[in-house]
Design a binder for this molecule. Sequence first.
Ligand SMILES: [Zn+2]
Length: 233
Amino acid sequence: MKDLNTKQLKNIFHLIQSIPGYLRILDLMGFSEEYLDFITKLADEELEQIKKIEDHYNKEIKPQELKSLKEFREEIGGDDMRMIYLKGREENIESDISGADRHNKEMTEKFYNPKENLSWLRLAIMSLWRVQEKIKQLKKIKGELYYLEHKDEVKEGQITDEMIQRAKKFPFEQLVEIKKGFIPCPFHNEATASFYIKNNFGYCFGCHASTDTIGYIMQTQGLTFIEAVKRLQ
Ligand SMILES: [Zn+2]
């Protein structure tokens, strides 16, 4: 409880104050009334500080950023810039996921250590949620990158955007046997399957590679993007 931030504590105390006999409840939780006042004041001060920083950002920094972004955009064309941006995001998210994955392993070790307190549980849940959220973001980015990288072929009429969408929705389980959510990683050799499939998108907890069905058969069957899209109709 004491590792919650002041704003969260303030909210909790606020809730407790509406219960009759709340002072006794506070007491049982190991907090005094003075501490409650202290936290409330601290949380208000923090909020004020945050507001000041946000104001400063909006007035001073944001206009500068927007200006340089505009200049950058004018320098490099629309789609090219989008691809640079997406690739940067892709890299960041992949490294975030591998960080969270390491974190999960530490949490699991703590779970088996009787000397550790229960704050690991909260952290573990947060970390797991983060990984799933990030994998979702990664899926979107990869999809858009595919499209941008192959938009010339789409333009030339070899494949259509609808075909790409259909190929991405082709069920993974029709391509490979999935055991408890996992398949062997197509990007590295392994004895234990660590390529996790969720919402028809895979992520490897071993080598941190990720892909959808199109990338999967490109990798496993040595197909080009166009061939893979056509195969998955
Ligand atoms: Zn792998």
